[in-house]
Design a protein around this ligand. Structure first.
Ligand SMILES: NC(=O)c1ccc[n+]([C@@H]2O[C@H](COP(=O)([O-])OP(=O)(O)OC[C@H]3O[C@@H](n4cnc5c(N)ncnc54)[C@H](O)[C@@H]3O)[C@@H](O)[C@H]2O)c1
Length: 310
């Protein structure tokens, strides 16, 4: 297939590029390199350095007949979305809309959209959030993702789509800044012996999904899951304290973390029920957290320069 992948020089996007190329697809990447890095990018991918809102996007679509558009480019910093909500909306809502308009006009057969379960459901119960639950985004970033989803569905009549709502994704190449960087932030602080700060009691929970599992979902979405919105998470809750303990044990760190006041707007429990992804995509998470943490720690140990200050 001929695939356009936005945000392909970033953390998740670059892993999807690797997999799509390994599977024999032609991949064009649009990335403005505001957060992504050329060094993340597979040499066989064609990189166009461009903002997704650039009018030049039209020429990109005219020059290549894409079968699939996979949209991962985004402003992913929740705190920035609070201080600069218009910038967030411009990139995450209008940027998505521009891609949808062009995809439909140029006969794209499938649109895959990276949404965020962690940012749009709000507080979650024991069973984990399900796709039909009422959305309660607590940040402009979450509102932007929920709005973009509505546009994707609106265009769905003539542009088949799959919306993937990710839990907290982690793994190699993640930048310690951003939406779900807690694992990379802790690893950064441990490897550089800065000491770790936990905000709040540390008993808040998150659902951590390995980037390789997210890649598998994006592979499956090329073939299935048409016109569906699917959670990509594990339904396993891990507290920030438990995460710290595991990482400290793996890294041989004996220092206790410091605690600071909770950040406003942080939710207590986040976990996603992925039953529908299993039913419709045959997808389920296969990487255990401890194993994934070992691999991620090893990656950053070998590339300390990949860590930038948070
Ligand atoms: N990391 C997570 O846990 C997580 C969770 C839920 C959803 N998501 C979504 O997954 C996608 C990828 O996230 P990531 O963690 O890989 O982040 P990332 O910052 O590593 O990747 C985003 C990429 O988009 C590029 N980009 C940003 N603004 C752009 C613009 N205006 N035009 C072109 N390129 C632009 C950046 O340079 C970067 O390479 C995002 O849509 C994000 O909202 C991520």
């Amino acid at each position: 297939m001929n695939i356009l992948l936005t945000g392909g020089a970033g953390f998740i996007g670059s892993h999807i590029v690797d997999a799509y190329i390994a599977d024999g697809h032609d991949v064009t990447v649009i990335d403005d390199l505001s957060k992504g890095k050329k060094s993340n990018l597979h040499p066989a991918a064609r990189l166009i350095v461009m903002d997704v809102r650039d009018p030049g996007l039209e020429d990109v679509f005219t020059a290549s007949r894409f079968d699939v558009v996979n949209h991962h480019a985004a402003q992913i910093d929740v705190r920035r979305s609070v201080t600069e909500p218009s910038v967030d909306a411009s990139i995450n809502i209008l940027g998505t809309l521009g891609l949808l308009v062009r995809s439909r006009a140029h006969g794209v057969k499938k649109f895959i959209f990276a949404s965020s379960g962690g940012a749009i459901y709000g507080e979650c119960g024991d069973q984990g959030a399900s796709e039909g639950d009422l959305l309660r985004p607590e940040s402009p970033y979450g509102v932007g993702k929920a709005s973009a989803e509505l546009y994707v569905r609106l265009f769905g009549e003539r542009l088949p789509y799959t919306i993937l709502r990710y839990a907290n994704v982690y793994g190699p190449r993640q930048n310690p800044r951003g939406e779900a960087g807690v694992i990379t932030v802790f690893i950064d602080q441990m490897l550089t012996r800065q000491g770790t700060t936990i905000y709040g009691t540390g008993e808040q929970t998150r659902d951590f999904v390995h980037v390789a599992d997210v890649v598998d979902a994006n592979r499956a979405a090329l073939r299935g899951g048409n016109n569906l919105t699917l959670n990509i998470g594990t339904r396993v809750e891990t507290s920030v304290n438990a995460l710290y303990k595991t990482l400290a044990r793996l890294d041989g760190v004996s220092q206790k973390p410091k605690y600071a006041p909770a950040r406003s707007g942080e939710i207590e429990r986040s976990l996603l029920n992925p039953a529908n992804a299993l039913r419709h995509l045959g997808w389920h998470p296969t990487r255990y957290l401890e194993q994934g943490l070992k691999g991620t720690l090893e990656y950053f140990r070998q590339r300390k320069e990949a860590l930038v200050p948070a």
